[in-house]
Design a protein around this ligand. Structure first.
Ligand SMILES: Cc1ncc(COP(=O)(O)O)c(C=O)c1O
Length: 460
């Protein structure tokens, strides 16, 4: 397994150092680590995660962040600006996602996609306590694991609906049959993480209305880019709050909203649903406590930076970025379709996924890794996805993709029947796999735990 990161270049601290280290020395260490790590995505080889990829933009956001980084949003009286930022982030997102004409609509700014999904699931449980003590939600198999995590935490049963293997969209007949008197919400993705495809939200909305239950649309990944794709005529079905039956939608500002990591927006068609998960403890000796979500203290800096990202780009800025991304995704997909041995999954958007029948598509990844590409791996079936972001829109990246993919397919064809090195690990594709995947994952988890707990000597 990997050795201790930067062990040769940066001192290891297994306890709080006795005396302080000069700031200049520390900043040099940080600069070295950041520069090394940025090199992994700056050339455009990395799928997803670095959505903006523009250091000038990051510098601007960091400046905005710095002005409020020490501010705790929970102390509202001290920072009216935070109320302005948060309200306007929500209003701008409502405007983008079909909610500005809904007088009851509102939202929450959360810590990320998982935060938004978790708050939504909690709200559905809390709003339905009189109706059921055994709530369930129905989610497509392709919906993000954050739903299962939230439901695990809150005692909500998850009914998993299969997806059509060709379109990768949720099986509506299954969903219709699975709804019970304990169902509090349906879930659809716009778009899902694995394939970049959009579930039939209009039809899910009809089911939700018919049964008087909620419908959460997971727009964590697509919320800030799909509206611009629709506007330019991409084949993307309606998915936002304007669709009858949609009661909540999540959209991550820290993805295609081009804000700093650590924020997302959760929108509610009716603030009553949002308020159902507010927390109040009025009898505490420390004073009356109330919080609008699960977090306590929150960073004023992140609200300021998110607001600054949205206002500085504006609709035209987002649209221009989206144009380049959709064009690039189409060109990269066309390169995939040049190979009869590769097959695209479903009708993708800015994120596309492909598999192969004649060989394990992870051989393609094994080769692409040697050329600096970092794709995301899926399973059942094995597939690779590329979430196209701004770094791929740089000149030369599509051409490199076409050449490297052709060489990778030739390599994979020569390896047909042999086991590949890569395997599906969320967020990337692990390489050098020599053991059973379960053992590998256990080892990764153990290493992460060691790192988190900083057990002296536990990592070399
Ligand atoms: C569709 C979708 N939903 C939810 C999430 C979770 O977001 P986060 O990692 O910000 O918690 C992701 C992350 O990639 C996603 O792609």
């Amino acid at each position: 397994m990997a050795s201790y990161p930067y062990a040769n270049d940066v001192p290891i601290h297994r306890g709080l150092p006795e005396s302080g280290t000069p700031r200049g020395e520390l900043l040099a260490q940080l600069e070295m680590m950041a520069t090394t790590e940025d090199a992994a995505w700056e050339q455009g080889g990395c799928s997803g995660t670095m959505y903006c990829g523009d250091h000038d933009h990051y510098d601007f956001l960091n400046e905005a962040f710095a002005k409020f980084s020490h501010v705790n949003v929970l102390q509202r009286d001290m920072c009216p600006s935070a109320t302005k930022f948060e309200a306007e982030i929500i209003a701008m997102t409502l405007d983008l996602l079909g909610g500005s004409g809904i007088p009851t609509a509102g939202g929450l700014v959360t810590s990320g996609g998982t935060g938004s999904i978790t708050h939504a699931m909690l709200a559905y449980r809390e709003a339905n306590t009189e109706r059921t003590r055994r709530p369930n939600v129905i989610k497509p198999e392709t919906a993000h694991p954050a739903f299962s995590k939230a439901c695990h935490l809150f005692g909500i049963e998850v009914i998993e609906a299969p997806v059509d293997p060709v379109t990768t969209q949720v099986d509506l007949d299954f969903v219709a049959r699975a709804i019970t008197s304990d169902t509090v919400a349906l879930i659809g993705s716009a778009c899902n993480y694995g394939y970049g495809t959009v579930d039939p939200i209009t039809e899910l909305g009809q089911l939700a209305l018919q049964h008087e239950i909620g419908l959460h649309v997971d727009g964590c990944l697509g919320g800030f880019i799909l509206p611009f794709g629709r506007a330019r005529g991409e084949d993307i079905p309606a998915f936002d709050l304007s669709v009858p039956g949609v009661t909540t939608i999540s959209a991550d500002t820290h993805k295609y909203g081009y804000a700093l990591k650590g924020t997302s927006v959760l929108l509610f068609a009716d603030t009553q649903l949002r308020n159902s998960q507010y927390f109040f403890q009025t009898g505490w000796s420390g004073g009356k406590y109330c919080s609008p979500g699960m977090d306590g203290s929150r960073s004023g800096g992140l609200l300021a930076a998110t607001w600054a990202a949205m206002v500085s780009l504006g609709r035209s800025g987002y649209a221009a970025y989206a144009d380049r991304i959709f064009d690039t995704a189409a060109a990269m997909r066309a390169a995939v379709l040049e190979h009869g041995s590769l097959r695209l999954m479903g009708n993708p958007t800015f994120l596309f996924s492909f598999t192969a029948d004649a060989f394990d598509v992870y051989h393609v990844n094994d080769f692409l890794r040697t050329r600096g590409w970092r794709l995301n791996g899926q399973q059942y079936p094995n597939a690779l996805h590329m979430a196209v972001t701004r770094p791929q829109t740089q000149p030369g990246v599509v051409e490199r993709w076409r050449t490297d993919l052709a060489d990778a397919v030739a390599y994979a064809t020569s390896k047909a029947g042999e086991p590949a090195q890569s395997s599906a690990i969320y967020g990337g594709v692990a390489g050098g796999l020599t053991e059973d995947a379960a053992i590998f994952i256990e080892a990764v988890m153990a290493e992460m735990m060691d790192a988190h707990m900083a057990i002296p000597g536990a990592i070399a």
